[in-house]
Design a protein around this ligand. Structure first.
Ligand code: NAD
Length: 254
């Protein structure tokens, strides 16, 4: 094993499932100590058991990433346990459907809070830590929908477009602070939440066939494939990379 993250401490949000879980497993396998943050307590405890049994050190932190107090507590617990933070992977997110006239104000506020405000809240806590340490890496999960529109995802796409702008602005603001900030733009990835979205269609199997048919590669991505892109961007191998929106989408953005 190469141990590309040996000695690093990584906070990963949305770590109980999908892309976050695959990243937590991969980062731990590469030597990182992982603070696994999620609302789903059973999910992060299961992940923590699995990581401890197999490879590495992990802290399971229950937090709602859209709540300032929870975020402060998550960062505090991470520092208390591991003494530093090297990597912040803001990955938690929700994917609601809807055209503009079908979205309630509460739904709009909720998706912006979970997908966008959460990143503001975490970065606001972690940037001072990085400035004290003299280094740090942030990775945000945006989406292919920030680069190329898809139908019926208005609030979601808007939140992910803002994640891209936030990423670039922060990258520039901190380019001389030895702090890198990048985002991933995944295409359609086969995760638990994707399966739930399919299940909500009147004919889930037909909906899945249509999603797969519109993929240039004729298949969905896997959480592990996204996690490997994340690993590169948070590792020292990407030390000259900042402010990028990295499409990993089987050709969707072409
Ligand atoms: P997932 O639903 O499988 O996992 C997301 C995790 O985030 C879950 O464990 C969930 O409990 C957690 N979470 C949700 N709201 C939270 C909150 N308020 N506080 C703390 N945790 C919360 O989803 P996924 O498909 O792995 O998605 C991860 C990220 O990737 C999201 O930001 C999503 O928008 C993005 N993304 C997914 C796809 C896809 O096709 N799956 C494509 C592009 C981008």
């Amino acid at each position: 094993m190469t141990m590309r993250l040996k000695g690093k401490v990584a906070i990963i949000t949305g770590a109980a499932a999908g892309i976050g879980r695959a990243s937590a497993e991969l980062f731990a396998g590469e030597g990182a100590s992982v603070a696994a943050v999620d609302l789903d307590v059973a999910g992060i405890q299961g992940l923590a058991q699995e990581i401890r049994a197999a490879i590495g050190d992990v802290l399971a932190v229950r937090a709602d990433v859209s709540k300032a107090e929870d975020v402060q507590q998550a960062v505090h617990s991470t520092l208390e346990r591991f003494g530093r933070i090297d990597i912040l992977f803001n990955n938690a997110g929700i994917v609601p459907r809807g055209k503009i006239h079908a979205i309630s104000e509460a739904e709009w506020d909720h998706v912006m809070a979970v997908n966008l405000k959460s990143i503001f809240l975490f970065c606001r806590e972690v940037i001072p830590v990085f400035l004290r340490q003299g280094e740090g890496v942030i990775l945000n999960t945006s989406s292919a929908t920030a680069l190329r529109s898809v139908p019926d995802r208005l609030a979601y796409s808007t939140s992910k477009g803002a994640v891209l702008s936030l990423t670039r602005s922060m990258a520039l603001d901190h380019v001389r602070d030895n702090i890198r900030v990048n985002c991933l733009c995944p295409g359609t990835v086969d995760t638990p939440s994707f399966r739930q979205r399919m299940a909500a269609f009147p004919d889930p199997e037909e909906a899945l066939r249509q999603f797969v048919a519109r993929q240039p590669m004729g298949r969905l991505g896997t959480a592990g494939e996204i996690a490997h892109a994340a690993l590169y961007l948070v590792s020292d191998e990407a030390r000259f990379v900042t402010g990028v929106a990295f499409p990993i989408d089987g050709g969707m953005a072409i």
